[in-house]
Design a protein around this ligand. Sequence first.
Ligand code: BGC
Length: 387
Amino acid sequence: MPISKTLLIAIIAIVVIAAIGGGLGYYYYSTTQRQPGKITIYVIGKGVHPYWDVVAAGVEQAEKEIKQKFGANIDAEFWTPTKEEAALQLSQVDALIAQKITGLALAPVDAEAAIPYINKAIQQGIITITFDTDSPNSNRPIYIGTDNYKAGYLGGLSAYLIAKQKGYVKPGATLKVGIISATLAAENARNRVQGFMDAIKKSAQADPDIKGNINIQFIGPYEDKGDVSAAVSYALSILQAHPDLHIAFGSNAYEGPAWTQALKQLNYPPGKVVLVQFDVTTDNVPPAWEGYALVTIGQRQYFMGYYSVWLIYNITKMGLEKAIKQFLSQWPQVKAYDTGVDLVAKEHLELTAVTGEKIVIKGLSEYKREMQSLGVDPKLLGLENIP
Ligand code: BGC
C-alpha cells in the first residue's frame, strides 16, 4: 500500500526533529562540560618538586606559541598531585575523562595502575600520551621523555670510574653501593635503578684491572614512596650501617639532596662518597656545586612539557598518525621519543668507560650557557648564581 503524502511528511518531520533533538542533546551535553571548539590539554605530573615547575614552564610556552601562531582557542594546563601517589593522580585523570578534555599527557606514578585509566581515556576519544615516565603496556601511542635505562646506565658507568679514581675499585675489594628510589612501580625509577646497577656490574666484568674480581654489594634499592624525610632516614641508616659506603644513588630528584643532607649530618667531606643524583633543579644545584653530588643527570623536562602540548595540538589538527610520524619518524616501530640527558658536575670532566663509551660530564657553567641557548631560563633550573 503506497504511503500517503501526509504520512510521509509526518515521518520526515519525526526524523528531522529527532536528529535536531539528538544533535541539540549532544551539543547541550558538551557545552556543559567545556566550551565548544576549545582545545583543552592537561599535562599531569607526579608530585610537587621544582622539577615539575620546569615542566609547567614548557607547557605554558607551548600554549603561548600555539595561540600566537594559529590564534587557537587552547588551554594547556599543568596539574600535579601533592604527593607521588598513584591514587591521587588517577582520580584526577578520571575527573578529566568525565570532563571530556581534548588531550592528556600523563606521567604515571604507577605504570601498571595507570593502564585502565589511559586505555579508558583513549577509548573515550581523548588524545592520551605518557611523558617523563612511561606505561608501556597501556594503549598510549607514544612516550616523550628520558630513556631512563640509558640514563641510569650512564650514571652507573660514571660512578664506577670515579670510584676507581678514588681507589675504591681494587681486585678482591668490596664495592658498596647504596640506592634509594621513590617507588619501583614507576617505570622511570625502576629503569634508572636497573641501568645503574647493570652498568656497575658490567664495568667490573669489563675492567681489565678487575676482571670481575670484586664483590659488589648493593644496599637497597629502598623505596621512600615519594617521602623526602623517609629518603633522608634511609640515607642516614645506610651510612650508619656502612660508614665506608663508596657509591650513593638516588633515582628521583629529591633523593640527591636527601643523601647530601645525611652526608653533611654525619660529617662526610664532599666527594668522599661518589653520589650520583638526578636532575638539575633549584634543590639539586647546591649539592652539585658544593661537590657532594659528583654526577648529576640533568633531564630535559622543559621539553617534555613543551613537546607534549605541541604534539597533542598537532594531533587535533592533522590526526594521530601524521602528527606523531612527523615528530618521530620511526613511529610506530619506536614508541618512545628520547628527550635526552646531560651529565653535569661542578667542573667539566671527560671519562672513558671500561666498556669503551666516552662520557662527557659538563661543568655547571657550561651547562647553564647551553640551556640558555636552548631557550630555557637558567633561573628555572636554579642556575642563576652559577658564573
Ligand atoms: C622524575 C620524576 C619525579 C621527580 C621527583 C624526577 O627525577 O623524573 O618522575 O617525580 O624526579 O621525584
